[in-house]
Design a protein around this ligand. Structure first.
Ligand SMILES: C[S@@+](CC[C@H](N)C(=O)[O-])C[C@H]1O[C@@H](n2cnc3c(N)ncnc32)[C@H](O)[C@@H]1O
Length: 225
């Protein structure tokens, strides 16, 4: 395949076009309210029971099952909220016997919270890998926490509300893949994972539903490829 491929549409539908066992690593940052209903795309149609599942789990099993099909071995980083962690542990550790780590991204200047709440100053990155899947990288790339100010500048520049810091994505890719490996991000947003993959001589497949964001991602990837 060429250096990268960006697909516009629903990832659940478009991932069906990818062959089994064709991806070395998934690095993804789904919207924290993704819901995948059977036959309804990644958002599907919710009923009240599913609404509860969606509230507590966010990232649904249907999307994960499709990712499992396309990965050569289970090797996946998922940005997530605290609420999604029990679901991810259940799926990857209890159901699929993976090794796992929880990495964190701490923001030094979060927006103030209401009276009886903690600040929203931490995001989580859940990492699951099948037994035997290696971690490469070096001392400087293998830390499990990151502390940065909010990356407001990139969010404005790429006109996307949840752009992730480039340095974190590059470390994850270097730690868990080799040159020319295929990296997949089914929720590509402004294309940050793709830029990190190309910068490190990996191949990249990204999917994005929103036509404005896919344009931004295309522009960013064309600049680095
Ligand atoms: C949290 S953002 C990703 C941001 C990205 N990490 C970045 O740095 O720009 C999640 C993205 O998933 C996209 N998305 C939501 N539902 C989708 C779906 N069903 N298929 C593909 N993309 C979807 C949203 O439009 C949004 O841009």
């Amino acid at each position: 395949m060429s250096k990268y491929k960006l697909l516009q549409g629903d990832c659940l539908e478009l991932m069906k076009k990818l062959p089994d066992k064709s991806v070395d690593l998934v690095v993804t940052d789904p919207p924290y309210d993704v819901y995948a209903g059977k036959g309804g795309g990644a958002f599907g149609k919710r009923n009240s029971y599913q609404e509860i599942e969606f509230m507590s789990n966010g990232f649904n099993e249907v999307v994960l099952d499709e990712l499992m099909r396309v990965m050569k071995n289970i090797n996946i980083y998922i940005f997530c909220s605290q609420k999604q962690i029990p679901f991810l542990i259940d799926y990857f550790v209890h159901k699929h016997a993976c090794n796992w780590n929880l990495l964190t991204w701490h923001k030094t200047n979060p927006v103030p919270a209401c009276k009886n709440k903690y600040l929203s100053d931490t995001e989580y990155i859940f990492f699951a890998r099948e037994k035997g899947v290696p971690i490469y990288g070096e001392y400087s790339t293998k830390k499990t926490y990151y502390v940065t100010p909010l990356n407001t500048k990139e969010k404005k520049l790429y006109n996307h509300p949840t752009v992730k810091p480039q340095m974190i994505l590059e470390n994850l890719i270097v730690n868990s893949s080799k040159e020319n490996d295929v990296i997949l991000d089914p929720f590509v947003g402004s294309g940050s994972t793709g830029v990190a993959a190309i910068n490190n001589n990996r191949k990249f497949i990204g999917v994005e539903l929103n036509t404005n964001y896919i344009e931004v991602a295309n522009r960013r990837l064309a600049e680095v490829a």
